[in-house]
Write a protein that binds this ligand. Sequence first.
Ligand code: NAD
Ligand code: G6P
Ligand code: MN
Ligand code: MN
Length: 433
Amino acid sequence: GIKIATIGGGSSYTPELVEGFIKRYNEFPVKELWLVDIEEGKEKLEIVGNFTKRMIEKAGLPIEVHLTFDRKAALKGADFVTTQFRVGGLDARAKDERIPVKYGVLGQETNGPGGLFKGLRTIPVILDITKDMEELCPNAWLINFTNPAGMVTEAVLRYSNIKKVVGLCNVPIGMEMGIAKLLDVDHSRVHIDFAGLNHMVYGLDVYLDGVSVKDEVMQKLSDPENSSFVKNIEGIGWEPEFIQSLNALTCPYHMYYYKSKEMLDKTIESSKTEGTRAEVVQQLENDLFELYKDPNLDIKPPQLEERGGAYYSDAAVRLITSIYNDKRDIQPVNTMNRGAIPSIPDESAVEISCVITKDGPIPLAMGDLPVATRGLVQQIKSFERISAEAAVTGDYNKAVLALTINPLTPSDATAKQIVDEMMEAHKEHLPQF
Ligand code: NAD
Ligand code: G6P
Ligand code: MN
Ligand code: MN
């Protein structure tokens, strides 16, 4: 029988994943689902775990659910390991979002200083997990959802012995869903050719029933209403001259790079009013867990859609079922480049449309990235690589270097000040420094 181990099982996203397993049970019959968490997550794990059991009972499926703090027991003999943990919890995220703002730099959990520090906290843990996997489930696939997903995938590819790793983000599927809505058609008719990096992915072309509708879609992206496809980023639209000459579909996170000033101002403003995103999510999460506690609730509540990770279950479970069934359909994931994007190193992680086989994703070669996008993508890849190196070595200078080359940081001196304050604030989760 199929065994799944989910690390960070107490996440409010777990019901999303479970819904996916229930929907696709006929092609992917899970026998055991092990939800793993840590002592600090005890209450969340119990609430989510009991809700999961009710969902499965309601669906009438013979899936065993195990709740545990014993990661090794969960990993032993697993076929797929999914990861969705947050080292330091939302308190750490709130620091990632608040500290940089004091220095006039964007505070965000996957971009700029927040992305660096989330990576520094997360990479040692993911590398511990891969070591356990080598011993306990060497043939398992690691499906990583933990952010910063691009940097984490890069670290696993470079610093672990696990080759069967795929990084996953809901942004590409969210873009397809969003564009289907703009065109007022069913999402199954829309396909995008994706290439780039996690949270820096471009749509090179977009098709409706196999015919390019790129010109029509590019027009619509100028409208603020149509410029973000995730709940955690409010779109503020693009200058038509810019977006049309860029001639590639942007992802919501591009707002931080191509509209840095406006996004920084907005972030500072909202940190003073409704709070940073971590603080907003804290409230959303409390409400969700109140719902999850209700013994009569046995299906995923619609309130979960207020989180940024919408469609996670579709993305994760369709990926896993395609690997398991050797489906050879096309899905956007984070995987080793292997020459698909000529201007990115072959051995680096890219987010790209892939053919999904039993041996994993095979990236589609679609030519190089448009020249206007290339430099930024390379710079972010260098940021991810040097950040991962800092995380593994505990080299303080490398952390300063990584942040200085990030395009959201205005100077080396500012980078150093931010690194110093964040190292101190996060020190209990940074044993390598
Ligand atoms: P969360 O704060 O609810 O954390 C999930 C669980 O992880 C918690 O129950 C916590 O106790 C547990 N945890 C912390 N450290 C752990 C460890 N060392 N081992 C095992 N469990 C541990 O987080 P969330 O908001 O549900 O998000 C989970 C993760 O998914 C985050 O890293 C987030 O950035 C990521 N995420 C990714 C995407 C994507 O597109 N890839 C989208 C949404 C969220
Ligand atoms: C999605 C991104 C994730 C991100 C999440 C934040 O847009 O793909 O990588 O972490 O939303 O959502 P949240 O609800 O936690 O702010
Ligand atoms: Mn993402
Ligand atoms: Mn599609």
